[in-house]
Design a protein around this ligand. Sequence first.
Ligand code: SF4
Length: 430
Amino acid sequence: MIAVYLVLLLGPALIPLPARTDFIWNNAVRFAQFAFWGVWWPFVLLSTALVGRFWCGILCPEGALSEWASERGAGRAIPAWLKWPGWPTVAFIMTTIYGQLTSVYQYPAPAVVVLGGSTLAAIAIGARYGKAKRVWCRFLCPVSGVFGLLAKIAPLHFKVDGPAWHRAQPRTGTKPPVAVNCAPLVPIKTMRGAGGCHMCGRCSGYRGAIRLAWRSPNEEIVAVGGETANGWETFLITAVLMGMATGALQWSGSALYVTLKAQIAIWCLNAGVSWPLDASLPWWMLTNYPGDRMTLVDGAALLIFIAGAGLLACVTCLPALSAGAILLGGWSRRRFHHLAQALIPVAAAGLFCGLLSLTVTQLRMDGVRIPMIDEVRSLLVGTAGFWSLYLVYSIAGRYGPSRFARLGVSAAISVPIVATCGVWALFFLG
Ligand code: SF4
């Protein structure tokens, strides 16, 4: 995987950009572009929702390099600043915005900066902190927060049998079993969810208490979510996945973006400042290629559009979640964050189907059309919306209110769910 990754990442950056007549199957740049953004990115997300974080534990070249460096590195203790739980969310927002500003999906050089920079940072962190651990993956990787959320709905996980663990307690004088090296630092004995587990399988069978098992995809969100959900996850689900990421995937086809850009241009001209309308920056700051250039006005409009999408998602989701928490017996932060977990299916489906646009567009450019793909994507997001609604109803049931109150909570939280489904359906079909 490391070899494939390096070839696909560095190779295209060393050859000329493709011409309009080049295809995925006869041009290395187009092929790498399709492999990274048309296949890898959307389908790794899908696989995480289906079988957990197998990608992270078995296939990810970045994680493997980080652990390899950690085996040979300084092995220092992990400092407190590095354990700040907001890093994955902040890193995801930054890479999403930077990727859009530099057109990472279209050009190989910004892909080298984003992916290559992340890989170098993973190696550096591995070489400095932890011994044979994946400190980068656990605390800093920009996609670990999103993968952690998606793994919660995976029907496959490593199940820990508490009583069996205790029964296997070694008797005094006997040799204890060799400890498992859980590279992403999951507290195996008390593990109750799949969010942090990389599915590497190293602990499988340990003390006869851990095994790969099926479960209901609702189980972790409904039964465990109340204890593990936190503010960063709520922010990631609502403001980032349902807001900023949606904006980042939709801006290029949005009439609102064009209006916003025109409005900024008018403000500049009214203020007697015309240079931002034509000024550009180097490619590694703002898209700048022959025949494809973003001006400062384009960049500013893009930033405002993405931030506005995040704000709109907050305005839609947070009051609805608050109302739901209150209806369950008075305001409670725990209930608020627990209810937010119910939005994971609809947020994840929007992200996956939105990213499929990259796959669909690249194939369309080469004359390959997938029939009914837009209808199928709309249907998928709609189905995920119903799933989210069912989760809201189930979570409400755990706090024991009447059926009437549960329906009230579902009605309140249906607002952001319907809004998300509507925004995506409009994007796919409109
Ligand atoms: S060692 Fe076990 S708990 Fe840790 S990542 Fe691997 S499978 Fe998950």
